[in-house]
Write a protein that binds this ligand. Structure first.
Ligand code: NGO
Length: 549
């Protein structure tokens, strides 16, 4: 992935055609006015939209670089509409058709060419690059253009959000399926826009991971970090070391039966993600967070004694035996296997909270694992602590400490930057999806504080840590640690609405982001999540429409 492009200055002109920016905000507020009517403290001045009756102004998350309304114009999807997916458009056309067919009940054939009327057309163009796309909605067509299939796929997510929320339902709904006339030009601010699933503390099936991938794709997330090993579980089968998964994966926090992915399972996840232009980054944590592996083979331990399996939630008590050759034989096999199974450029080696490893051993370990990652043709990613060791070229340090709470966090991330590493920002008091929203949140933890939706949204990755600036930042990631997370409903509740908040920080130009506007656009997502059966947190900070409850 290339370095982050410079920040843009927001939507060109800052206006909708024929309407001031302030007018647009009034329209957006007006569209939410019905909802606001049932929220205590709602502004009494919100006026209803008048320009385009029945069709709400675009309320998109993440906010695109540029959105211009075409007043008085709408496109309506009918039984006769075709999806024209020109050669090179990848999965975007079939993905869109899959979503639209379910809820509209229309056949919507996906064809390679044909007439320009009553079509949604997807085509490659020489004008855009990477994930950038351009979308134009007229009376007769929806035209999506991008330089790559990936760009078209990101544009499809915008189109989904321009359709009524019922389009997300899994059963046939009544239309009309109207899209407001609009011109969107869009490209991401940061190259890495990730979310992490901790499948180690509680195991999640392939189906659960795929469901999460689809929800993340809607917000243009492009990186899925899988935390595949920890004290409580080892979740991937590795040839030659069968007990890692069969024994090390046999339990989880609380003593449940755990589970693991076969290599075929993992490949399925990687492929499913790739079809959504999401790159999987597998993590094998170490030298700490290794109890499940240490319990699986006595010879991994310095004293040749295997500890028992662990189902609690303490951290910092386990360590690889740094001096033993078997540690590196194992890591070479594990990372080599993951490198072969993973098309993406990164292997994440953890490196966090190695409280049972001496500082000297820690540096030795990082110095040894870097060349293993490189030898298998990958770049190394790790939590910010890895900055204390020698990093191979092209490494990524993931900043997870709180902005003010940890001197060692800011020190190590700066050490990583000094070595030329890029930074992925996941500050725990902003981006951790496992933090409670408020003191009444049933799930989650609060060691980094309470993280309401506004806390998750109102910060910037390029000004969080002194000495880490825009050019050092590769992107953002929202990790979902799973000590308390068991079901799909749990995942949903903690990720929504905070995952879309982090996704917008990663995608939208800095100048286009304001909480006062985001909360209205977020409110418009509520009915979509309801249609998708997403169990989201009804934050009191967001004026949800009544129908969404
Ligand atoms: C920390 C710790 C994880 C916990 C998580 C819980 C990092 C990088 N290490 O984050 O083991 O699960 O907090 O919030």
């Amino acid at each position: 992935m290339a370095g982050a492009p410079p920040a843009r200055s927001g939507r060109p002109g800052g206006t909708l055609a024929g309407r001031t920016d302030r007018g647009r905000r009034v329209l957006a507020a007006g569209a939410a006015a019905t909802a606001l009517a049932c929220v205590p403290g709602a502004p009494a001045t919100a006026r209803p939209a008048t320009a385009t009756p029945h069709v709400a102004a675009p309320r998109l998350v993440p906010e695109p670089s540029s959105v211009r309304a075409v007043p008085g114009v709408t496109f309506t999807l009918t039984r006769a509409t075709r999806i024209v997916a020109r050669p090179g458009s990848g999965t975007a056309g079939t993905y869109l058709a899959g979503i639209l067919r379910r809820s509209t009940g229309y056949r919507l054939p996906v064809v390679a060419g044909g007439a320009a009327h009553d079509v949604i057309s997807l085509a490659l163009s020489g004008r855009e690059q990477g994930e950038a796309y351009r979308l134009a909605v007229s009376r007769t067509s929806v035209r999506l253009e991008a330089g790559t299939a990936e760009g078209l796929f990101r544009g499809v997510q915008t189109l989904r959000q321009l359709l009524p929320p019922a389009v997300e339902a899994s059963t046939v709904q009544r239309g009309p399926w109207t899209v407001p006339g609009v011109r969107v030009e869009d490209s991401p601010r940061f190259a890495w826009r990730g979310t992490m699933l901790d499948v180690a503390r509680h195991f999640f099936t392939v189906g659960q991971v795929e469901r999460y991938i689809d929800l993340a794709a809607l917000y243009k997330i492009n990186t899925l970090h899988l935390h595949l090993s920890d004290d409580q579980g080892w979740r991937i089968a590795i040839d030659g070391w069968p007990r890692l998964a069969s024994y090390g994966g046999s339990t989880e926090v609380g003593g449940g039966k755990g589970g693991y992915y076969t290599q075929a399972d993992y490949t399925r996840i990687v492929r499913y993600a790739a079809e959504r232009y999401i790159t999987v980054v597998p993590e094998i944590d170490g030298p700490g967070h290794t109890n499940a592996a240490l319990a699986s083979y006595a010879r991994f331990n310095c004293d040749d004694k295997a500890p028992p399996l662990y189902t609690g939630t303490d951290v910092g008590f386990s360590s690889w035996c740094i001096a033993k050759p078997v540690t590196y034989e194992l890591l070479d096999d594990v990372l080599g296997r993951l490198a072969r199974l993973t098309p993406g450029p990164y292997l994440h080696i953890g490196g966090d909270e190695a409280h049972s490893t001496t500082a000297a051993d820690y540096a030795t370990y990082i110095g040894r694992i870097g060349p293993i990652v490189t030898a298998h043709g990958k770049k190394m990613a790790g939590w910010n602590e890895i900055g204390a060791g020698r990093l191979p070229a092209g490494s990524v340090a993931q900043y997870w400490n709180t902005a003010t709470g940890s001197e060692s966090g800011t020190r190590t991330v700066r050490e990583a930057v000094a070595q030329g590493a890029k930074v992925v920002m996941s500050p725990a008091n902003r981006a951790y999806l496992d933090m409670k929203y408020d003191e009444n949140t049933r799930l989650g933890q609060d060691w980094a504080g309470l993280v309401e939706v506004r806390d998750a949204y109102d910060w910037d990755p390029a000004s969080l840590v002194d000495g880490v600036t825009e050019k050092d930042v590769l992107g953002v990631e929202a990790p979902l640690w799973s000590e308390t997370i068991v079901t799909d409903d749990d995942i949903d509740y903690m990720a929504f609405p905070r995952l879309p908040a982090i996704a917008e920080i990663g995608w939208s130009p800095r100048a286009a982001r304001a909480w006062s506007d985001f909360r209205l656009r977020l409110a418009a997502q509520g009915p979509r999540w309801s249609a998708l059966s997403v169990n989201y947190y009804r934050s009191p900070q967001v004026p949800w429409p009544m129908t969404a409850s």
